[in-house]
Design a binder for this molecule. Structure first.
Ligand SMILES: N[C@@H](CCC(=O)N[C@@H](CS)C(=O)NCC(=O)O)C(=O)O
Length: 116
């Protein structure tokens, strides 16, 4: 039973960690307010909506580039990731895939004093 609970348990909120620890784990630039950050997404993607909710909860101002409505955004996503997976957070030109990793980074970004 404990085994299944461990497998299916909801992921707990990330432990507060130093921003650079998170960035190193994710292989992206450390969150700080100098970063140029934009989200590549489309509105019917449930993983994108999970990230939208986090952005709203954290009261962040992150520009969203809709890859279904903007061919240039779609081309850029393919250029930086080699694929079409969204959500993708582009941090100073470095792509971060996986909604839960994006949320971890954004939570740390908020702590580091991102402009809302
Ligand atoms: N595990 C990923 C799943 C992301 C995902 O499956 N996104 C879909 C859209 S809902 C997608 O981009 N599919 C196209 C592709 O993977 O190239 C996450 O949590 O972000």
């Amino acid at each position: 039973m404990a085994f299944f609970q461990r497998i299916f348990a909801r992921r707990p909120p990330a432990e507060p960690q130093a921003a650079d620890v998170i960035a190193r784990r994710l292989g992206v630039p450390a969150p700080d307010q100098t970063r140029a950050v934009e989200l590549y997404a489309f509105d019917t993607c449930p993983y994108c909506r999970r990230v939208y909710s986090a952005i709203s909860r954290l009261d962040l101002n992150i520009p969203v580039r809709n890859v279904h409505q903007d061919p240039a955004a779609s081309a850029k996503l393919r250029e930086v990731t080699g694929g079409t997976q969204v959500p993708c957070l582009l941090i100073d030109g470095v792509p971060l895939l996986e909604s839960l990793d994006i949320i971890d980074w954004l939570e740390s970004y908020k702590v580091e004093g991102a402009a809302a």
